[in-house]
Design a binder for this molecule. Structure first.
Ligand code: BZD
Length: 839
């Protein structure tokens, strides 16, 4: 505590605490100092990148001071902390977020203006921190923002990939992957070379008896890789709380390389070892919703779990509390099954190292962990091969087997003689080779399991975890519907809309309590407000049109209806349904006379998203979109009536430009496959409408905004199984409209038809697993309805405004409060009065 430090030291420290800035000049003196000294640039060679650097460093100083105080304050408060373990954090850029959350963008903007720079240009100098694939990683980032904003004592634990998700380039209509080396200038991280953990791999287990005849196990031998901590400050909005995200980076154990090998003449061997160690945190696996079972991925998972747990346990031991207090001090949330090895690892620490009894340790483990599931799709469920775990983590495999044994004995008692139940719920799948079902291990090792939207949370209880509901009762399973941070996804991405709302609601409180948006409904008939709302949408579309022109060369009309689908390319998300619908529309336009064409609302169909490098079908979909674009965009018959755009390299910072510019966005997964979706929430919050299936959070969005404000179509989740069955037994007919689309593709109207045969055959001959044909007619009709609605601009605008007003539920602040209360049992820690209150 502070009182233990002698007064003169305290005074000296206080006197020399770095200056905070409130004004333009105070900001400039900090920024310019950094440009001159930290970056070694002068007035004569200060370009945009240096100006960005100076601004970032000036703000970083601010964050660091609050960060230090927050950590000190949270330690003294001695309350339960939350640790959010996620293999992905899709943070995007940090500068604008830092300026807005500290409420000091104004002085910075004015200051940099004086140096001759526009703040938007500086902001776009920053590279995205793209340590994630899609929704799962972005959810983790939104949660960090919410936890800091609401003063929860929380840390994120991450892996510091040297290469984030690849950069996507489109060459001649094909995706090309380029490595994303993002670390050459990253002012937001602090290397903690003094915070390291040695992580063990391979080796074997030695069993021995102590003097009392008790048996012990010890994991010995193998190789060591060192984990080094890198910390990133996470500022809350309008609060001094600044939390920590700790990223682990791998390096060779004994310094640069193995000096023993070096000294014995094996120089190359020592270099190879070094590189092998660094490989562990080298690259983010670019698959979303697919498990490929690669050894290096398992190494990453263990490396990061073990380092994080070691850190958490070390922090707990400093409190000198007894072990039974552990879960009153620590809540660990598992973001999907990727961190599930943390469960046997904590059990190992407690029994092998700390000497607790099995059952005492196991109770601590179960009380500590919560597990969030993000998918029910079989191909995405992690199952690690037993021989692989045996080889890499021999002691953990034993512990997993012991967990399973205890669990199966418990089940056997509850359901005597149900052999099939035991086979079904066993952590070990009796395949060749045997495999460890990580989701089952996560359920068994946690006290709560949650899905991410109501439908999804119901589905996990009736499908993949059905037996576990019988075993543990329904209370172990719960729902926390996803949300998004309104700071980044409204205030930062759409500043004009944020200001307009603030002007109507009398301030920015809605950014901290999004339910206040409901007051906007009182203004839905206010002429001036409506006009301004509409103008903002138009301006956002102009901005996106410029980006489209700059990156693709295609001119699009900002007055056209912007129809957007941006997300990872996946068959279950059905970008193929969208592009087939676009072709259908194109064929219809071609068949129209001039009179009919005049009546049609002009459209721009915009796609964006990455395909996993090995996902051939997804790459084919990108190719088709590009080829359709080439034909449609150059067809003089069509003109402005239809444009088809594929935006390269969709990522968080591009989403900030794209999201505010939509009229309609597409969330059209096969019912029952999209766990929640979060971009659906972002689009509606930014005054766009959506077309969607009855899937994931679309259902709850409909409940909140009203079914007249959303365009729903397609079959329901409950009917999917039967429809799939019908396809397999030939009890269906290909939709007529879709047949015409396929005819056009097969006639070569979009280039070599062979290129697209797998896409067509998957539907015609191979069971149409994602039910594109079944939903096609209803999809196209719903788009016709959209055309009709868009013609009545006043009614459309009313729908948009009403929807924004009703989106309060989807703030990630609400999610975090639900997790805190139902799963973590943690309370906020108020920042100390002496901390500066941003916002
Ligand atoms: O998680 C997504 C779901 O598909 C969305 O429906 C949901 O909204 C979000 C947040 O809950 N899942 C992913 O993004 N999953 C992955 O990216 C992923 C990555 C690696 C391995 C498995 C899945």
């Amino acid at each position: 505590a502070e009182s233990s430090i002698p007064e003169p030291q305290r005074a000296a420290w206080k006197k020399n605490t770095p200056q905070e800035f409130q004004t333009k000049d105070e900001f400039l003196s900090e920024a310019v100092r950094h440009i001159e000294t930290t970056l070694a640039r002068s007035l004569f060679n200060c370009d945009e990148s240096a100006a960005y650097g100076g601004t970032a460093l000036a703000f970083r100083d601010r964050l660091v001071m609050e960060w230090n105080k927050t950590q000190q304050n949270q330690t003294t408060a001695d309350q339960k902390r939350v640790y959010y373990l996620s293999l992905e954090f899709l943070m995007g850029r940090a500068l604008d977020n830092a300026m807005l959350n500290t409420n000091m963008k104004g002085p910075a903007k004015d200051g940099m203006g004086e140096l001759g720079f526009r703040m938007e240009d500086l902001i776009s100098q920053e590279r995205d921190a793209a340590l994630g694939n899609g929704g799962l990683g972005r959810l983790a980032a939104c949660f960090l923002d919410s936890m800091a904003t609401m003063n929860y004592p929380a840390w994120g634990y991450a892996l510091r990939y040297k290469y984030g998700i690849f950069k996507q380039e489109i060459h001649d209509g094909y995706q090309v992957e380029v490595p994303d080396y993002w670390l050459d200038f990253n002012p937001w991280e602090f290397a903690r070379h003094d915070v390291t953990v040695n992580i063990q791999f391979y080796g074997g287990v030695r069993t021995y008896q102590d003097d009392n005849g008790k048996t012990h196990s010890s994991w010995e031998g193998g190789e060591i890789v060192e984990a080094v901590a890198f910390d990133v400050p996470i500022p809350g909005y309008g609060t001094a709380t600044t939390n920590n995200m700790r990223m682990w980076s791998s390096k060779a154990h004994s310094g640069e390389f193995d000096f023993q090998k070096f000294n014995s003449g094996d120089y190359e061997g020592s270099v190879a070892d070094t590189q092998r160690a660094e490989t562990v945190s080298a690259v983010l696996y670019p698959n979303d919703n697919l498990d490929r079972g690669k050894e290096l991925r398992l190494k990453q998972q263990y490396f990061w779990c073990a380092a994080s747990l070691h850190d958490i346990v070390r922090r707990f031991k400093k409190t000198r509390k007894p072990w039974k207090e552990f879960s009153n001090n620590v809540a660990i949330q598992l973001n999907d099954t990727h961190p599930t090895l943390a469960i046997p690892e904590l059990q190992r620490i407690l029994i092998d190292i700390e000497g607790l009894e099995w059952s005492e340790a196991w109770e601590i483990v179960q009380n500590t962990f919560g597990y969030t599931n993000h998918t029910v799709m079989q191909e995405a469920l992690e199952k690690w091969s037993v021989p692989l775990i045996q080889h890499l983590l021999p002691r953990h495999l034993q512990i997993i087997y012991d967990i399973n044994l205890n669990f199966l004995q418990y089940v056997e008692k509850k359901f005597p003689k149900d052999r099939d139940m035991l086979r079904r719920v066993s952590i070990i799948e009796e395949s060749e080779p045997k495999r460890v079902r990580m989701a089952f291990l996560a359920v068994i090792g946690s006290h709560k399991v949650n899905g991410v939207a109501e439908l999804h949370s119901d589905l996990i209880k009736t499908t993949i975890f059905k037996d576990f509901v019988q075993i543990y009762g329904p209370d172990k399973f719960t729902n926390v519907t996803n949300g998004i941070t309104p700071r980044r996804w409204l205030h930062q991405a759409n500043p004009r809309l944020s200001e307009l709302i603030a002007s109507k609601l009398g301030g920015h409180e809605f950014l901290k309590d999004l339910t206040l948006l409901n007051k906007l409904e009182n203004h839905v008939d206010d002429k001036a407000f409506r006009k301004e709302f509409q103008e903002i949408k138009y301006a956002n579309k102009v901005r996106l049109a410029k980006h489209i022109k700059n990156t693709t060369g295609v001119s699009v009309n900002p007055a056209a209806l912007f129809d957007i689908q941006v997300k990872r390319i996946h068959e279950y998300k059905r970008q193929q349904l969208n592009i087939f619908g676009v072709i259908h529309r194109y064929l219809a336009i071609k068949a129209m006379n001039a009179e009919e064409r005049k009546k049609l609302a002009p459209r721009v169909s915009i796609f964006g998203g990455k395909a996993a490098p090995g996902y051939w079908m997804a790459k084919t979909v990108i190719h088709l979109i590009c080829k359709v674009g080439d034909v449609v965009n150059n067809d003089p018959d069509v003109g402005d009536l239809l444009k088809v755009i594929f935006l390269e390299d969709y990522n968080v910072s591009k989403a900030e430009i794209i999201t505010p510019a939509s009229d309609i966005s597409e969330h059209i997964s096969t019912a029952g496959t999209e766990a929640s979706g979060t971009s659906n929430m972002k689009f509606v919050l930014n005054g766009g409408l959506i077309i969607g299936t009855c899937d994931g959070a679309n259902i709850e969005i409909t409940r909140e905004i009203g079914d007249s404000n959303i365009f729903l179509f397609g079959n329901l989740a409950e009917d999917v199984e039967e429809l799939r069955h019908n396809h397999l037994y030939g009890k269906y007919e290909l939709d007529d409209g879709l047949r015409k689309v396929f005819d056009a593709i097969q006639a070569g109207r979009f280039g070599d038809a062979n290129q697209f045969s797998a896409l067509v055959n998957g539907i015609v001959d191979h069971g149409d697993y994602y039910l594109v044909s079944d939903d096609f007619n209803s999809y196209c009709k719903t788009h016709d309805l959209i055309d009709e609605s868009y013609k009545n601009q006043e009614e459309w605008l009313t729908k948009c405004i009403t929807s924004v007003a009703r989106m309060g539920f989807f703030s990630s602040d609400r999610c975090i409060d639900e997790y805190a209360e139902m799963i973590w049992n943690v309370e906020p820690v108020k920042p100390k009065a002496e901390q500066v209150n941003g916002g």
